[in-house]
Design a protein around this ligand. Structure first.
Ligand code: GDG
Length: 492
């Protein structure tokens, strides 16, 4: 099939291939939150990889997003079936909110999803925790999603895109209630090896829950291999190789890697003819610089932020000529701050920033400028454009969209991406400078090379990256996912 890459291509593809089925996305966090403020109710847009992707697709196709209501004014603005049209300024699709109790949120989200599954799936040496009450809440909330989706379906048929590790049980719950549904799951995070996965007491229920789907997509082939191995070791399954599929209790689930792209065109349009200058950084953050480094992350222990800071510290040790010249702007969006492991990583980062700034700071110049808040997306693109280097140092990451955004927004003959080998993105982005973030010495040297590389070489590498990213964009990804879910395993 020829590459189809625009929102229009995706819309017509979905309309054609869904054969009149209603398009539904099930996702834990809603894309738009209604919040109470002194000025009245305002709408906030969620930050995060999956949201940028799925909101874009739903805006192009129409349909329904089913998600937890989490804004404090969410309940006030919905209709009797908990629905509201979004985006508020130009409504394109329906957001249906699932409301749960605070105790359920604790167990489902802060517990099972983010203290059991998240560390279980990322090879970062943070111990997963297993509590039966969290598991019970996880089951109950998955069932609430299933009920809400069934309420939105007119008949038996529909197409449900299940998003991520929060909703692993939903496919089989839905399959039982509506056997004819087409169900696709996209799992955005890594899938661990069986030697790690086997410690989870509910491991069989989770894979069995997922195997209610017609298709399960992962970013990378090694995640697919690990998943297949886990089903094989724990359930009575039959595995086929062309196409890769798993038969369990007479139902066939295809599995494949569908690496996510991003919206190249939207980002280019957003950048437009804007020519940001150093003045923007001075106005927004009140510092000046000669050379600028940037990092943009949810503050998460998988992103290797302490390692990154140690790399920068070592860089200044080794190359003191950069003291006073190179400033690292670290944008860290607060995330999951109620969880002890996240409190700990926040403290560790604060301590390191303080230590490095104390060690190398001179007069008004500080090596690290840490902005611990959510920053508007359009501003981030402009900062990327100004940055001489972007550091992505994840210890394990399904894909990593920041790497892709930076490569699109940077100035080709000036910017350079330092990218952890342990991101899914590293497989698509060989022209970046790949690093092992645990290797502080090697990464400090790579940072030096990134800053001193010849501008022609930078231009060549960046143009290579831009070409790949323009081609494998978000719409191509959406089409592939829908196609893989809709196609029976025998008819490739
Ligand atoms: C999961 C997987 C996979 C960050 N800070 C702000 C902000 N962001 C935006 C970035 C980027 C997104 O959030 C982060 O995406 P990542 O891919 O880096 O990471 P996760 O949130 O962990 O996403 C990951 C992804 O799903 C998609 O499949 O790549 O591996 O872990 O778009 O720009 N956006 C705004 N303000 C911020 O302060 N507006």
């Amino acid at each position: 099939m020829a590459a189809l890459k625009t929102p229009k291509d995706l819309t017509s593809f979905v309309k054609e291939s869904l054969e009149g089925r209603k398009f539904i996305v099930a996702i834990q966090r809603e894309a738009y939150l209604h919040m109470k403020t002194a000025q009245g109710i305002v709408v906030e847009k969620a930050a995060g990889g999956a949201h940028s992707l799925l909101d874009g697709i739903l805006q192009a196709t129409g349909g329904v997003m089913v998600a937890l209501g989490s804004g404090d004014a969410d309940q006030e603005v919905v209709d009797s079936k908990n629905r509201i049209k979004v985006p508020p300024e130009h409504p394109k699709y329906t957001l249906k909110r699932v409301f749960i109790k605070k105790k359920e949120l604790e167990g489902f989200y802060y517990g099972f999803a983010n203290q059991t599954l998240w560390p279980l799936c990322h090879a970062v040496f943070v111990k997963p925790m297993f509590h039966n009450s969290w598991w019970q809440d996880y089951v109950a909330v998955n069932q609430k999603f299933a009920d809400a989706i069934v309420e939105e379906l007119d008949g038996d048929e529909g197409f449900v895109w299940v998003n991520d590790y929060h909703l692993a049980l939903l496919p089989t719950m839905l399959r039982r209630m509506k056997p004819k549904l087409k169900i696709g799951v996209f799992w955005h995070i890594p899938w661990p090896t069986y030697e790690i996965y086997r410690i989870c007491p509910w491991r069989k229920d989770i894979v069995a829950g997922l195997l209610g789907a017609d298709f399960i997509g992962f970013h990378r082939g090694y995640h697919v291999d690990n998943f297949v191995e886990c089903t094989r070791r724990d359930l009575e399954v039959m595995v086929d190789s062309e196409p890769r599929s798993i038969t369990y209790k007479d139902h066939v689930t295809k599995v494949a890697n569908v690496p996510a792209g991003i919206d190249y065109t939207e980002i280019m349009e957003e950048m437009g003819n804007k020519q940001p200058t150093k003045k923007l950084i001075e106005e927004d953050f009140n510092f000046t610089y000669d050379l600028l480094g940037i990092g943009v992350d949810r503050v998460d222990y998988t992103k290797g932020i302490p390692e990154r800071l140690k790399i920068i510290e070592r860089f200044f040790d080794k190359y003191p000529e950069f003291i006073g010249k190179f400033t690292y702007l670290m944008i860290g969006a607060p995330s999951r701050v109620h969880i002890p492991a996240y409190k700990a990583i926040n403290h560790e980062i604060d301590d390191l920033v303080e230590r490095i700034n104390w060690k190398y700071g001179k007069g008004t110049w500080l090596p690290i400028q840490y902005v611990n808040k959510i920053v508007p997306r359009e501003k981030i693109f402009l900062y990327y454009h100004l940055a001489d280097v972007c550091m992505v140092t994840s210890l394990d990451d399904g894909m990593n969209l920041v790497a892709k955004e930076y490569a699109i927004c940077n100035k080709s003959d000036k910017g350079m991406l330092l990218l952890s080998k342990f991101t899914g993105a590293a497989k698509d982005m060989k022209s970046a400078m790949l690093i092992n973030p645990y290797d502080i010495e090697g990464s400090a040297i790579a940072l030096y090379h990134a800053l001193t590389l010849d501008s022609k070489e930078k231009e060549k590498r960046n143009n290579d990256l831009k070409t790949v990213l323009a081609k494998n964009n978000i719409y191509q990804w959406g089409i592939q996912f829908v196609q893989d879910t809709m196609t029976e395993s025998g008819q490739q």
